[in-house]
Design a protein around this ligand. Structure first.
Ligand code: AMP
Ligand code: ZN
Length: 113
């Protein structure tokens, strides 16, 4: 999608700190980190968010979590971490290209704010 921030990051038109990439996903450092580790994992195919996703997107939605687990393992986050898909305005979603937040490196509170 041409007018999408994260599609531009995938295409290298906007710079990012790449953590991981394969044929399906791209992972990079969040520009405004909320924890010592704050990585975004995004599908290369433009999907708006979970509520707009279809059955055809089921695998990639799960795969993003497996990539998050791999990054967490590499970073030694054995005490735990959190993965979050924000969905819609009340969740705080600001970018409308599906992205999984990986947060870790500090204790997380529950319930989240
Ligand atoms: P959300 O609020 O769930 O839509 O998350 C969007 C995330 O994208 C926020 O955590 C932002 O800090 C992050 N973000 C926005 N622009 C950039 C950028 N150019 N590079 C990296 N992260 C970004
Ligand atoms: Zn996009």
């Amino acid at each position: 999608m041409t007018d999408c921030l994260f599609c531009k990051i995938i295409d290298g038109k906007i710079p990012s700190k790449k953590i991981y990439e394969d044929d399906r996903v791209y992972a990079f450092e969040d520009i405004n980190p909320q924890a010592p580790t704050h990585v975004l994992i995004i599908p290369k195919r433009h999907i708006v968010d979970i509520k707009e996703a279809t059955d055809a997107d089921a695998e990639i939605i799960g795969y993003c979590n497996l990539v998050a687990a791999k990054i967490a393992r590499e970073r030694g986050l054995e005490r735990g971490y959190r993965t979050v898909y924000n969905v819609g305005p009340d969740s705080g979603q600001t970018v409308f290209h599906l992205h999984l937040h990986l947060l870790g490196g500090r204790p997380m509170t529950w319930p989240p704010g």
